[in-house]
Design a protein around this ligand. Structure first.
Ligand code: DGL
Length: 270
């Protein structure tokens, strides 16, 4: 299928948390058609093996290509760390693939040379060591400290944020000596924009909080503009597919997207 500027942007995640990235994309590029795929049948990806996430990602890429997407955005950090290189090869010339890690690495390299930067995310993202490898390769004198914070995503999904319990759990993680004396902290998980304010409060404004969803959306806009693929005029349409539909997932979409969205069921395996 020939891609044009009017072709949709494909976005995928392990579930509905990636709607934070879809939301940032909608904010930065309000005329783009969006096809979102949340792999709710297999979440959480944060606890899965690299091989399992790669298998799911290939299946999802096929769905997004069938829908004629001009670009595939891996909104999930766990999937970005596990399957970006594979998907780039797999999708090849059919669509450009973007992840949510590289735009942040570029941002940090440009703005935070010589500083101490922390990163928090799922076990899969942190164990992959991808941030530290990529930051080291830049040779900008950045010292990276990483910590897996696996309780945060389910906590947010259950609606626990901006309350006493969430503040205590956040403080417990952020007080880990591994994250001492940071100039900046990267929020390397789809869910964390929802607790950005609480994290900023914990640091009393002394540590810059870096939101990957916004940085990724801006990088996507720059890429599409450079390719002449930006959709500047359309009234946008959106489709939100999930591999396993439940009412509770649909109810949670408001948390991550700012409004309720209608989820459509699309199985990955029959
Ligand atoms: N979307 C995942 C990520 O950004 C968090 C939720 C999960 O573990 O699936 O890493």
């Amino acid at each position: 299928m020939n891609k044009t500027s009017e072709s949709p942007i494909g976005i995928f995640d392990s579930g509905i948390g990636g709607l934070t990235v879809a939301n940032a994309i909608r904010e930065v590029m309000p005329h783009e058609h969006i096809v979102y795929f949340g792999d709710t049948a297999h979440l959480p990806y944060g606890d899965k093996s690299e091989a399992a996430i790669q298998a799911y990602s290939v299946k999802i890429a096929n769905v997004l290509l069938e829908k004629g997407c001009k670009v595939i955005v891996i909104a999930c950090h766990s999937a970005s760390s596990a399957s970006y290189e594979l998907l780039k090869e797999y999708v090849h010339q059919e669509a450009h693939v973007l992840n949510v890690i590289d735009p942040m690495i570029d941002y940090v390299g440009q703005h935070l040379a010589g500083s101490t930067v922390g990163v928090i995310g799922t076990k899969r993202t942190i164990q992959s060591d991808i941030y530290s490898k990529k930051i080291k390769a830049q040779q900008k004198g950045i010292s990276l400290r990483s910590l897996a914070t696996p309780l945060l995503a389910p906590m947010i999904e259950e609606g626990f944020f901006d309350n006493q319990i969430s503040r205590e759990i956040i403080a417990q993680y952020l007080s880990d000596p591994q994250l001492g004396d940071l100039d900046a902290l990267i929020l390397a998980c789809t869910h964390y924009p929802l607790i950005k304010k609480e994290i900023a409060e914990y640091y009393h404004g002394k540590t810059q909080i870096l939101d990957s969803s916004m940085v990724a959306a801006e990088s996507l806009r720059n890429y599409l503009a450079a390719q002449g693929f930006l959709n500047k005029e359309c009234t946008p349409t959106s489709h939100f597919y999930v591999s396993d539909y439940t009412e509770s997932f649909e109810a949670s979409t408001r948390l991550f997207f700012g409004e309720n969205v209608k989820l459509e069921s699309h199985r990955l395996w029959n």
